[in-house]
Design a protein around this ligand. Structure first.
Ligand code: PLP
Length: 389
């Protein structure tokens, strides 16, 4: 429950853009959150895929505190160590070549799109700037990333949207083959997250990669939700046998602090030159120190992601609750298709002490911290099964 005080403060001063649940959290530890009233909640949501190492992990707290007490920000007019170390580390983990740091997923995708368009403009000139994305995709909430998002419900209120985006159905190769000659890039989520936790078919993705190579379209992957160990590899593209030209990331990278960015490869690393792209907070030292600590912690649990996902699936399959119609996803990014409104299940889970998310029209979405203990998993699964009964 939320105290009347807090609620009236929200009502008076905070814009009503979110349908918030009637709970207020005051602290967390591991994969457990504590409410204002001291009540315990198992977390299967990670603040929407952000808290990949849970709450208040001692190594993360130490790294953030140390950096905050040393140098919090100086801007990109100067060099700072945490961003450089993090960029090197991300390139090593991904096989990509260079990194641009931003502050959120939408901003990461904005940069990715600018990079793709400039690549094409430098090489081919005007008239080749269209970016093709998938129906049911989600790429962010800025005016441009809303245009990139392939869902009509997001194309309201804010007209005119940025031009030059087209959406094709996932799995429909012909819709891509028959594109006019103005395409510069294809942008994909390998598992559509907000759209319902829908993994793309591997063969389809490899065919898209082939088409991209053939036409010199840049293959761009939005790993804002799938990235940073969430699906059981550092990046989901590593399970699809493809080599993207640009990859964006955000959510889980810094374990709870705002950080995003995109990585480029051979074709795209020299596209953005001085003055063509920037952001004041980019590579913020505290966020980058948090990310370095997060990667260290995740290194120790990465090989467990598949096993933990297996535990969740096995528990649900064994109990086979009546309102569960199917399980999908990749690694610890799991979608449960449910009978009835997903939000109702999220509400009753919360009432019983479990935090879950929803996605698309039919799914309860699970994005637990990757460091979740088996005990916490078990507790959460017990509640989840009750809720789906
Ligand atoms: C969440 C998300 C975004 C947007 O990230 P923000 O940090 O909210 O701007 C973009 N793409 C995907 C795939 C996402 O899941």
């Amino acid at each position: 429950m939320v105290s009347t005080n807090l609620k009236s403060q929200y009502d008076a001063y905070v814009m009503p853009t979110y349908g918030r649940f009637d709970v207020s959290f005051v602290r967390g530890e591991g994969a457990t959150l504590y409410g204002e009233d001291g009540r315990e909640y198992i977390d299967f949501a990670s603040g929407i895929g952000v808290n990949s190492v849970g709450y208040a992990h001692p190594d993360w707290v130490k790294a953030v505190s140390a950096q905050a007490g040393t140098l919090a920000h100086v801007s990109n007019l100067y060099h700072t160590l945490p961003g450089a170390k993090l960029a090197e580390r991300l390139c090593a983990l991904s096989g990509m070549e260079k990194v641009f740091f931003a502050n959120s997923g939408a901003e990461a995708n904005e940069g990715l799109i600018k990079c793709a368009r400039k690549y094409s403009h430098d090489k081919y000139g005007e008239g080749r700037a269209a970016v093709v994305t998938l129906v049911n995709s989600f790429h962010g909430r800025t005016v441009t990333t809303l245009a990139a998002t392939g869902q009509e419900s997001f194309h309201q209120h804010f007209m005119p949207f940025t031009g030059g985006f087209r959406h094709v159905p996932a799995g429909d190769l012909e819709a891509l083959q028959t594109q006019p000659g103005d395409v510069c890039a294809v942008l994909l989520e390998l598992v559509q997250g907000e759209g319902g936790v829908l993994p793309l078919d591997k063969e389809y993705v490899q065919s898209v990669a082939g088409l991209c190579r053939k036409n010199d379209w840049l293959l761009c992957v939005d790993e804002v939700q799938t990235g940073i160990a969430r699906t059981g590899t550092w990046f989901a593209f590593q399970q699809y046998g493809i080599k993207p030209d640009i990859v964006s990331f955000a959510k889980g990278i810094a374990g709870g602090l705002p950080l995003g960015g995109f990585m480029t490869g051979e074709k795209t690393s020299d596209v953005l030159t001085p003055g063509t792209h920037a952001t004041t907070f980019g590579a913020n030292p505290v966020c980058c120190a948090a990310a370095l600590a997060t990667l260290d912690i995740l290194e120790g649990v990465l090989s467990d992601v598949g096993r933990k996902a297996g535990l969740i699936r096995a528990a649900l399959e064994e109990k086979n609750p009546e309102n569960l119609a199917g399980i999908r996803g990749l690694g610890l990014m799991i979608g449960l298709s449910v009978k009835g409104a997903p939000r109702d299940y999220a509400q009753s889970a919360l009432d019983k002490g479990l935090v879950v998310l929803t996605a698309g029209k039919d799914a309860v979405r699970l994005l637990p911290p990757l460091t979740i203990s088996e005990k916490e998993l078990e507790k959460g699964l017990k509640i989840l099964c009750e809720v789906l009964l």
